[in-house]
Every structure is written in structure tokens, then in C-alpha cells.
Design a protein around this ligand. Structure first.
Ligand code: ZN
Length: 276
């Protein structure tokens, strides 16, 4: 049934060129791809990645605090850490937080901090949907999407010496510039290709975690059904490809999706844990 819903949405929305296929998709092979690309960012080491992330995260937390509900935060951390444990960077200091904001959004900070807003959580119907969104964000961390964007922007903003200084001296003016740039990036968004990759591999990680991998497509469909003029989703729409395009790109993942579609969605557990 869910497959049919997704296909119907695709049929309505997908232009012909999006109908490419990746035959013989294999979860392990896709995860290996993630492993290989790990080496792509060589200038910023893992300790700096984590440190930059912590600075950016505290800026973002300054804009919206966490929901003051320890049990809810524990639950979301439990789901997120389980998913992160399925990846090749299980030892990052993964942290998941629900921000007390009515808007619908989620974002990943370098080094393993991931935030989801209360507004987005309230629109979800199952743990598999939560897992799908968290897995999408986990991919951003694994592939260092934000880190690479920060690095690229910093190279433009700071001369070579200043970039090294920014990485080495916490609290210096150059570092301040780097972190400001990193924080502003969350209002501009990543490259479209990074977002589509996060969808694709996010579905794989959710399946690896034992979830029905349709969770993420279901959330994208929820977004698609909303009015784009709604101020609660303005930033999400500005920083992500259109839902129809995301669903269209996921059509290539149909074999993976269908192979694991009988896995649990955990609707009741989600309601019990997230809707108190
Ligand atoms: Zn994303």
C-alpha cells in the first residue's frame, strides 16, 4: 500500500530524466562507498571536526533550546545512536536533540550532533519515520557535507594562513569567522546533490537498523502535502530540494525500499515515547 502511494506520487511528479535506475543495489556496497569517501576531507582532522561542530551546535542551541523533556531526548538519542552504530563512524560523539521550535526542520552538525525540531517530530507517525529523518542527517555527518561546505566557504573568506589559524586557535578572530560562516550555512543549505545523497544513503541506514525504510519517503510526502507558504516549512523548503524531486530521486532506491518494506514501523512505540 505504501509502495503504491509512493509510486502514485512519483508518477505525478517525476520528470522523465529522473527515472534512471541503479540495478542490483546492495546495502553493503553502498555503505562501502561511504567508507571510501571518508578520506576526501584531509585538511580537517576528526578532533577539529568535532570541535568545530561543538561550537556551531552551541550557536544553534542559542537560537532554540532543547525541549525540556529528558525522556523524549533519551528516546530520540536511543533511536539515533542505534542507527549511528550501523555506520562506519560509530565512535563519533553522536548526540541527538529535539529543539523546542514549532518549525519543521532537522540538521546535522559536523562531528555527530543532530537536531530535529519539535514541529517536525509532531508531524511524524512512527519510529521508522523518525529513523528515516535521523538517518538522513547521519549521512550528512558521515559524508562530511557541512564540514566540506564550511571548509570551502572558509577558504574563500580566509586566506590560507588564517584558515590554519582558525583551525588551531579556539576563540581567535579567524576561528570566530569560521564558526559564524558554519552557523549561517544552516540558513542557506547544502548542495542539492548532498541532500539527495543523504536521502539515498539514509534509506539504507534505516534499513540496516531494522526499520521499514519507507519512513523517510513518508516524511517527505508529509512535507509535500503542506502548503509551501506555511512559515513553519519555509526554511526547510529553502534549504532542501523540492519534495517531488527528492521522491523522484528515491525511485532508484525502490528495490532496497521494497526488499525491507515489511520491517517494523513501530507506530505504537513512537506514540508512547514521543507523544506524551
Ligand atoms: Zn539534509
Amino acid at each position: 500500500m505504501r509502495t503504491l502511494v509512493l509510486l502514485a506520487a512519483l508518477a505525478a511528479a517525476v520528470p522523465a530524466q529522473a527515472q534512471f535506475r541503479l540495478p542490483n543495489l546492495d546495502i553493503n556496497r553502498l555503505i562501502d562507498t561511504v567508507k571510501n569517501v571518508k578520506k576526501a576531507v584531509t585538511d580537517i582532522g576528526e578532533p577539529e571536526e568535532i570541535e568545530i561542530g561543538q561550537d556551531v551546535a552551541s550557536r544553534l542551541l542559542g537560537a532554540a533550546p532543547l525541549v525540556p523533556d529528558a525522556a523524549l531526548q533519551r528516546y530520540v538519542n536511543h533511536v539515533g545512536r542505534w542507527l549511528a552504530a550501523q555506520t562506519e563512524r560509530p565512535d563519533l560523539p553522536w548526540r541527538f536533540g529535539v529543539l523546542d521550535a514549532p518549525q519543521l526542520n532537522a540538521f546535522a552538525v559536523p562531528g555527530g550532533t543532530i537536531f530535529i525540531t519539535r514541529g517536525l517530530l509532531e508531524r511524524m507517525k512512527s519510529e521508522s519515520e523518525l529513523a528515516g529523518v535521523l538517518a538522513h542527517e547521519i549521512v550528512h555527518v558521515l559524508r562530511k557535507h557541512h564540514l566540506k561546505a564550511i571548509q570551502k566557504g572558509a577558504k574563500a573568506a580566509l586566506a590560507g594562513e588564517a584558515l590554519n589559524q582558525a583551525l588551531e586557535e579556539r576563540g581567535g578572530a579567524a576561528r570566530e569567522k569560521l564558526i559564524s560562516f558554519g552557523t549561517e550555512m544552516y540558513g542557506r543549505g547544502l548542495d542539492k546533490a548532498d541532500e539527495l545523497e543523504a536521502d539515498r544513503l539514509g534509506v539504507v541506514i534505516a534499513a540496516r537498523g531494522g526499520y521499514d525504510p519507507y519512513g523517510l519517503p513518508m516524511v517527505i510526502q508529509t512535507l509535500q502535502a503542506m502548503n509551501p507558504e506555511d512559515s513553519g516549512i519555509a526554511l526547510m523548503f529553502k534549504t532542501h530540494p523540492a519534495p517531488a524531486e527528492r521522491l523522484g530521486a528515491l525511485e532508484a532506491m525502490q528495490p532496497t525500499l521494497d526488499a525491507h518494506a515489511s520491517r517494523p514501523q513501530l507506530v505504537e512505540r513512537f506514540k508512547a515515547q514521543a507523544r506524551r
